[in-house]
Design a protein around this ligand. Sequence first.
Ligand code: G3I
Length: 364
Amino acid sequence: MRSFAIGPSFAPTLVLWVLLGAAAGCSSPTAPRGGTEPPPGGGGSTPTPDPLRTLADRHSIRFGAAVGRLFPDDARFTAVLGREFSMLTPENDLKFDATEPVRGQLRFTRADAMVDFASSKGMTARGHTLVWQNQLPAWLTSGSWTRDEARGIMENHIAAVVGRYKGRLAAWDVVNEAVDDGGSLRAGFWLNTIGPDYVELAFRAARAADPGAALYYNDYSLEYGGAKTDAVYQLLSDLKGRGVPIDGVGFQAHFEAGKLPSLDRMKSVFARFAALGLKIQITELDVRVPLPATTASLQTQAADYRTVVTACRETPACNAIVTWGVTDADSWVPATFPGSGAALLFDAAYTPKPAYAAVADALK
Ligand code: G3I
């Protein structure tokens, strides 16, 4: 039975949540609370297909999406988000530059709205991300800090941000992308100011702030195996071996259509990390295609989504899949990879793409 890796204190909250949910008439914490739109292919005499969150729930898998901006005035966005997904990740609004843009002055308005929306729809939320080299505020990166000063800034930030959502977030990406493509610890602000033990210190601070949240190390290009995967494995094995509180590894899964690892390769990589006692989550899934998308490229994309979802479903330790956005209009891809895009399950008009059907089929 898949389970979220959670600390001891989360379980009673979860039980209360389920009991409250049952009293409110919902059948499961992730039962869709419904949106204003019929699901894709719904209506008419044909039976309404189950939303992705319901199909995933049957495998004890959370199916989520990253949210860049909450559209309170866009009923289509909130309807699709609340209907199809049982988890959300604030795409940018829990990062250091968003939550502490001025030293000691914390901002949570947008993240609060997203976490509140998730609660209102029976969704869980993932925190992303506490310690990363990117999206750091200028006051931090332009300062000159002793190790102890930098450590204090990091630990105070984690205590404040994680503490605010104590008991409300299922998981945190505590450290993001700490290993470079060659397998070395990635040079950057935290390594340069605190030293290699910043990773351990971050996880310990996060556990202290919310013992019930599952704590993840998150990175990209781990799915294939190779030098970077080996280095991350060694890092996490060492941390676990020394009792550092880390519960799982996030595979970002940003892919180019037609260039994924095989199903067996992905499953063997997942199993290797699971053998350390870690949970597996697919944290930022998208599969980009050359633009303009064609029938053929969208079919390749659909097959690739099916592969990833199958790899998670067939890995007992895998308990969540999060796509990095809801519609193609939300995606980070075109700005980063000019000429590529259309990477998500819904197009800009909220029409489900062949990949949506492939994901649904892989979850049946
Ligand atoms: O908030 C400012 C806004 O004030 C300003 O007007 C605007 C134009 O300059 O920029 C806004 O900041 C942008 C930010 O997203 C929030 O929208 C940044 O320029 C932009 O670079 C940033 O991009 C994000 C990127 O991380 C930054 O590295 C993407 O949305 C986000 O999808 C992407 O997500 C990352 C994960 O966190 C980690 N894994 C890789 C993934 C893709 O890069």
